[in-house]
Design a protein around this ligand. Structure first.
Ligand code: TYD
Length: 136
């Protein structure tokens, strides 16, 4: 459920020449990284997400700018604002997510535990609720 998701503080090497953050799969995050993708040039007011994954685990990082992520397990929802490059939001499997409130120029990077697989998606909210055993 949404309580299994949360913010992970990533290592940060502070330096007057600029800060450095790194992420090692299985060490700083609870999965090995098999894919990286990023959202950018998101127009004002746009919404992304609107689906859940059956098995995929993800870490979402605001590499630049800020945005909100709404996590929903069919019973509870929580809205999380991401705006720092050294914090990531861990999203476990079977969580419906929506992303909105993107600031201009923001970049949303996602580390994923598996390669892209459309069969891993629930794109219909009612089907997702049924799979979770939640009655409307
Ligand atoms: P989608 O996962 O729905 O985007 P978001 O959750 O960020 O709103 O994917 C949008 C489209 O991009 C969809 O047609 C599938 C494609 N896609 C890939 O081909 N590879 C990928 O790794 C991802 C994440 C999406």
């Amino acid at each position: 459920n949404v309580d299994a998701c949360g913010i992970i503080a990533l290592p940060k090497i502070s330096d007057p020449r600029g800060n450095l953050t790194f992420i090692e799969g299985g060490d700083h995050i609870p999965f090995d990284i098999r894919r990286v993708y990023y959202l950018y040039d998101v127009p004002g007011g746009a919404e992304r997400g609107g689906h859940a994954h059956k098995g995929l685990q993800q870490l979402i990082v605001a590499m630049s700018g800020s945005f909100d992520i709404v996590l929903d397990d069919g019973v509870n929802k929580k809205r999380i604002h991401l705006n720092r490059s050294n914090f990531g939001l861990y999203v476990c499997p079977m969580i419906w997510r929506e992303l909105d409130n993107f600031s201009s120029g923001s970049v949303c990077m996602v580390l994923a535990s598996n390669k892209y697989d459309e069969d891993d998606y629930y794109r219909n909210y009612d089907e997702y609720l049924a799979a979770r055993g939640v009655s409307k």
